[in-house]
Design a binder for this molecule. Sequence first.
Ligand SMILES: O=C(O)C(=O)C[C@]1(C(=O)O)C=C[C@@H](O)C=C1
Length: 270
Amino acid sequence: HSGKKRVDESKTLTLDGIRNSLIRKEDSIIFSLLERAQYSYNADAFFTDGFNGSLVEFMVLQTENLHAQVGRYKSPDEHAFFPEDLPEPMLPPLLNFNSYFELTSCCIKWGHHLFYLKYYILILLQWECHVLRHSADSININNKIWNIYFKDILPRLVKAGDDDNCGSVTVCDTLCLQALSKRIHYGKFVAEAKFRDALSEYEAAYLIHDRKLLLVLLTYETVEELVKKRVEIKARTYGQVPSLIADLYRDWVMPLTKEVQVEYLLRRLD
Ligand SMILES: O=C(O)C(=O)C[C@]1(C(=O)O)C=C[C@@H](O)C=C1
């Protein structure tokens, strides 16, 4: 029994489990990119007057503002594009090892011992689920994702020009950016699983801070081929630009996921 329990508990940390999670995230990415592909580029949505920002910045910031209030960006697999401008959640902190300390100070301050008792218990139950190292919090490549999305991905995906759909376009862009960011930053979990599977190799590369070696260690060409093929097949069932979406995966999505992995592994033992 105990053997089986160990396997169950570690299921979420295995590379296979994490790869399945990446597969599910593919659907949101493909679907939101194909929705966006119905509209033209609509540069007006990205025009910034240098003071108020662009319509799409407004949309992403306001969406993040709302989601932050229910604690979205306290989760280790969520990364905001405008993290510095977000409000604290209205809900009690969600339950991981780090929030134990926030919670303690909160309780001392307000004396809500009973109210928070259930959260203390849940924290203890979830102790094991704290998968990533603390240094993971400092990795957020959303600025890069933003620039690549507007400069490289969109121009390949959509027609140039305007079709007077600025509003719809900003909604689509927000969804695309969030889906891409979530998948790419999931690289942290992929890297953690790989590190645990091959401690000594990754430790050796970490010690000499060798980015190239880390990249070689974490790259699986055959898996990348499979991902590309699968994305192409999925995109074909929805729309007319299957190979383009697969190419975007090859050129941007997978390389950025690997970049997050390298960054994570470089800080994993700090
Ligand atoms: O599945 C993995 O091992 C990953 O690291 C994910 C991923 C990807 O982005 O899909 C990235 C690098 C690997 O070469 C293969 C695939």
